[in-house]
Design a protein around this ligand. Structure first.
Ligand SMILES: [Zn+2]
Length: 104
């Protein structure tokens, strides 16, 4: 039986299985499913047999950096929507994103 303490470790392992490094690109490429907008998708286990689908870059932010504050969005500094490299992710408000158009 998977305990609640073990589940985050297994989720991180499952997440990292879907990421590839493709030198010379500094990005960490999401290789599993993606949505129509081009962002990676990850089915996160929230309880035994229960999943929620999340954008992979948001999952990467929470796995490697920390919780995403309410109302904030995770942006790609590298403009690669399939990138999950935590060094390429940053938080932004919707107002900031609206000003950049398409660079989230
Ligand atoms: Zn990147």
């Amino acid at each position: 039986m998977i305990t609640s303490k073990l589940r985050p470790i297994l989720e991180r392992f499952r997440f990292e299985e879907k990421v590839e490094l493709i030198p010379p690109s500094p990005c960490h490429w999401w290789t599993a499913g993606f949505c129509k907008a081009g962002y990676g998708k990850f089915a996160m286990t929230v309880a035994p047999g229960a999943y929620i689908t999340c954008h992979s870059h948001r999952v990467a932010y929470e796995l490697y950096i920390g919780p995403i504050p309410k109302g904030m969005h995770v942006c790609h500094k590298c403009d690669n929507r399939l990138c999950v490299n935590p060094d390429h992710l940053s938080l932004a408000t919707m107002t900031y994103i609206g000003g950049k158009r398409g660079r989230v």
